[in-house]
Design a protein around this ligand. Structure first.
Ligand code: HEM
Length: 141
């Protein structure tokens, strides 16, 4: 259905747009001085709520509806795409989002090694989603 697919792709734009913003913001925020750092983490949290969570919900709901409606359960690219989406959501829920929530509340982010780990893990989550886009578009197996 074109409506579902349109919403799905919009959700993907929100989600990947938000995660790409985080990839750019986190290294800047980690190096910024106090007041600027606080403002950058506040903005990152807004991006998390408005783009990442919204996009993630849209993509999940419409994706599952299209899967049930039109494709077999054991469709390779869908299974792998879903798995990689779950992996990215797991990284976000277990580490990245709590890290942002703490950072935007506190003055100063806390320990530098944690901020450095967050930069790397953020990049991994982004790469997982890029692979999902490839799987969805190419539908290779
Ligand atoms: C939650 C798991 C997901 C499921 C179950 C799912 C399911 C689907 C299905 C069934 C289609 C095929 C629609 C069709 O060809 O008629 C599709 C297309 C697409 N999906 Fe997903 N999806 C998921 C997550 C994602 C994510 C995380 C992204 C990107 C961030 C994404 C991006 C796309 C794009 C761009 C298309 C359009 C591909 C094209 O028509 O060329 N999806 N998805």
């Amino acid at each position: 259905m074109p409506v579902l697919k349109t919403i799905h792709v919009l959700g993907a734009i929100f989600l990947l747009g938000g995660v790409s913003t985080h990839v750019l913001l986190r290294p800047m925020a980690a190096r910024a001085a106090d007041v600027a750092q606080h403002a950058l983490y506040q903005f990152a949290w807004r991006v998390q709520l408005a783009l990442v969570y919204t996009g993630s919900a849209l993509v999940l709901i419409t994706g599952l509806l299209m899967w049930i409606g039109r494709f077999k359960l054991f469709t390779g690219w869908l299974l792998l795409g879903f798995l990689l989406y779950v992996a990215a959501a797991g990284l976000d829920g277990a580490f990245l989002a709590p890290n942002l929530r703490r950072a935007r509340g506190a003055t100063g982010e806390g320990s530098a090694p944690v901020a450095a780990a967050a930069v790397t893990i953020q990049l991994v989550a982004w790469l997982l989603l890029v692979v999902v886009v490839f799987l969805m578009v190419a539908q290779p197996f």
